[in-house]
Design a protein around this ligand. Structure first.
Ligand code: TXA
Ligand code: MG
Length: 344
């Protein structure tokens, strides 16, 4: 779908009901609507309407064997299209609505274009009032990947969605910036009371172990070279999140990284640094707040897009620890850097 008139609906808190009703009508008729969630913006289509999800793949330019997450307004709605084990409700009680996606066995009710031929479906209940209101008003679960062109950084503001998809989708609900900034944690259930993290996010392994017997982390999470052989989560095998600028994942202290960036002969060099380090950067300092995991995750994709707006040739980013909420950032960064880590 190209050259369609994309309607941009700015949510103000006043006429939001009318905007959401308008968007829900598009979803019910098999169209595409981008909407905010607490993680990133999603590009939604009805999970039940025959062939609707196919249009998502066309609009994004996404390989059609990469399955979509199905969004519900209440975890119990999963029973309408998936086999729901008791553990799902334990997870839901603790983490839903929220940035957790659980892979379940699907039933035939889901349109095959949603799951890329798999017999499983990924389910998520987003913690964002606009997302849940849209799902409720549509009267069906909504299949949605991140609302970016395939390969570009995930969108955390409506302006990012407009830059990537204006003229290719029916409508965009503009609900401001997303709180978390990286996509949800995706897990599969091991069948023995344990789970495996397929994609790390704001819900961490430690948090999951509060309700699960064991928590494994798929190797591809920290090693993108492993993604091709066993596509547990097919999305992990594609090069992801890449801005046009070359991303240098630098495994050293901020001071060392800034020294390396300052010595880089490329004409336009930038570095993502906590606010307090901005003055040390000779090129472009892209500031990420206090340098903690929440601020860094929130800022990461938006800063990669900013690097492109500024036509930077290279962007230096410090490799974060592989622990807690930083694991999500580590996972996105090594993909953006094409798997290459630079040491001092
Ligand atoms: O936060 C999020 O999860 C955002 C918002 C919009 O909800 N959505 C999102 O969707 O990030 P997407 O399509 O960009 O990423 C979905 C990930 C991919 O890595 C995909 O391979 C995996 O989930 N996935 C989807 N269905 C799956 C399934 N049945 N089995 C294993 N992995 C699955
Ligand atoms: Mg995505």
């Amino acid at each position: 779908m190209t050259n369609v008139q994309t309607v941009i609906l700015k949510l103000t808190g006043e006429d939001d009901r009318a905007a959401i009703a308008y968007a829900a009508d598009i979803i019910r008729r098999g169209g595409l609507v981008a909407f905010p969630t607490e993680t990133v913006y999603g590009l939604g289509a009805s999970a039940y309407y025959p062939g609707a999800a196919k249009k998502i793949y066309e609009a994004k330019g996404r390989p059609s064997d990469n399955p979509l997450i199905v969004h519900v307004s209440d975890p119990r709605e999963a029973e309408d299209f998936a086999a729901v084990p008791e553990e799902f409700y334990r997870l839901a009680g603790r983490f839903m609505p929220g940035p957790l996606t659980v892979v379940l066995k699907k039933t035939d009710k889901i349109d095959p274009s949603v799951t890329g031929g798999l017999d499983t479906v990924a389910v998520r209940c987003p913690d964002h009032p606009v997302a849940r209101a849209l799902i409720k008003a549509s009267g069906c679960p909504i299949a949605a990947p991140s609302a970016n062109r395939s390969g570009s950084p995930s969108p955390t503001e409506a302006a990012h969605v407009i830059a990537d998809l204006d003229g290719r989708i029916d409508a965009i609900l503009d609900g401001g910036a997303c709180r978390v900034g990286v996509e949800s944690t995706v897990i599969s259930l091991d069948g023995d009371g344990g789970c495996t993290i397929l994609r790390p996010g704001d819900v961490t392994a430690d948090m999951l172990s509060e309700v699960m017997r064991s928590v494994k982390i798929a190797e591809a999470v920290t090693d993108p070279s492993r993604s091709g052989d066993r596509p547990l989560s097919p999305g992990m095998k594609y090069k992801h999140y890449s801005p046009r600028a070359e991303v240098i994942a630098y495994d050293g202290a901020y001071e060392e990284m800034i020294k390396a960036a300052n010595a880089d002969p490329a004409p336009r060099v930038g570095a993502i640094v906590p606010d307090g380090y901005a003055d040390l950067v000779n090129g472009t300092a892209l500031t990420e707040g206090d340098g903690g995991a929440d601020d860094s995750c929130h800022a990461f994709f938006a800063l990669l897009r900013q690097a492109d707006e500024l036509s930077l040739d290279r962007v230096y980013v410090k490799v974060p620890p592989k622990t807690g909420k930083f694991l999500a950032l580590y996972n996105r960064l090594i993909r953006a850097a094409g798997g290459k880590i630079t040491k001092p």
